[in-house]
Ligand binder design. Structure first.
Ligand SMILES: C[S@@+](CC[C@H](N)C(=O)[O-])C[C@H]1O[C@@H](n2cnc3c(N)ncnc32)[C@H](O)[C@@H]1O
Length: 338
């Protein structure tokens, strides 16, 4: 389902300079007289309240620890619009007492909005400079734990569950995920989090707009429909929330972002398959054999005659090719009728 809202208004900021220096230098009108004065001002920013993460304070925060240029390889495009962060928090329905996993806190602008909403935050940040910066910024609160790790290599269950047990003082059984994700790891993170419906009730992510549209809205009868859509719909109910204009990020990325929410299903709500692993292996085989007859692309899983019988039972021609997702039943894959 697509909500037609779009947060396209970007906050005011100076136009970017054409050349990219190794270290960000604030434009002349925000420079102070000495390095020490600049550092002092950064300390004030470090303790800032939500709403102050605009262009100038982001530059000051990045420079405060001798930080260099934001790293493209880490998808470091920082959010400059506090309103967008508030909308992300609202999309996840974050409230007092919630425990939230945040991936990539960066300068801590979204972290501030989460803390402001009353959540306890477990933040995983790959960049050691940013992890240190966000720790400094919220040093005095016990409602934040920052781990310097790569989320794609992090064992969420063994680290997050004990934290949740310790911090969750309400009867709530599930935590939430809210993140302005680095675009380059978004598919990997989606694959990691969606099967965790026993831990998280909702996953709200800022993704590349095109990716969010594809994940939330691909129809089974379009060429855009992929195994990842089968995966997303198997484990969750996705909803496209709103588009975020690229001018809201610093540095400005090439593409717009969008917020998508995934309401995670419990295991009892998954489609009835014998084993998700063999189900997804079949889905991948079917899609890999695009334009090949299904009875051929799936013949390593079951015999051609079994596949033909299934196709016949569901009223499809036995010569059908995989042009869009199909529901099959096959005795030796552990798949049930769906
Ligand atoms: C798009 S920025 C978002 C920063 C901040 N949340 C904001 O809204 O401004 C992505 C952040 O994720 C961090 N990051 C990149 N790859 C990561 C990974 N594999 N694991 C954890 N953090 C990562 C980057 O260093 C960066 O701080």
């Amino acid at each position: 389902m697509v909500a037609l809202t779009s947060l396209s208004a970007a906050p005011p900021r100076p136009s970017p300079s054409p050349a990219t220096p190794r270290r960000w230098t604030p434009p002349p009108h925000i420079r102070t007289s000495s390095r020490r004065a600049r550092t002092a001002r950064s300390a004030t920013v470090a303790a800032a309240t939500p709403g102050t993460d605009d262009y100038h304070s982001t530059i000051r925060a990045l420079n405060s620890r001798g930080r260099h240029v934001p790293r493209k390889s880490l998808g470091q495009n920082y959010m400059l619009n506090a309103k967008v962060n508030e909308e992300l928090v609202a999309a996840a329905g974050v409230e007092e007492g919630d425990v939230v996993l945040e991936i990539g806190p960066g300068t801590g602008s979204l972290t501030a909005a989460l803390l402001e909403a009353g959540a306890t935050v477990f933040a995983v940040e790959k960049d050691k400079h940013m992890a240190a910066l966000v720790k400094d910024r919220f040093g005095s609160t016990d409602r934040l734990k920052v781990i310097q790790e790569d989320i794609t290599k992090f064992h969420i269950r063994s680290h997050f569950l004990p934290f949740m047990k310790e911090k969750c003082h309400t009867t709530r059984k599930h935590a939430k995920v809210v993140s302005n994700l680095p675009f380059n790891v978004s598919t990997e993170v989606v694959k990691l989090l969606l099967p965790m419906g026993d831990v998280f009730s909702v996953v709200v992510l800022m993704l590349q707009d095109e990716t969010a549209v594809r994940l939330a809205d691909a129809s089974i009868q379009t060429p855009e429909y992929r195994p990842i859509n089968v995966f997303v719909n198997f484990y969750s109910e996705p909803e496209y929330k709103f588009r975020v204009n690229k001018d809201n990020f610093f540095p400005t990325p090439k593409v717009d972002g969008a917020v998508i929410s995934f309401k995670l299903k419990n295991a009892e709500e998954y489609p009835p398959v014998g084993s998700p692993k063999s189900f997804f292996s079949m889905v991948n085989s079917a899609f890999n054999g695009k334009r090949k007859m299904l009875r051929k692309s799936l013949q390593h899983i079951c015999s051609s005659s079994e596949i033909e019988a299934v196709l016949h039972n569901i009223g499809l021609p036995v010569t059908i090719t995989c042009t869009f997702g199909l529901q099959l039943t096959c005795s030796n894959t552990g798949l049930n009728d769906t």
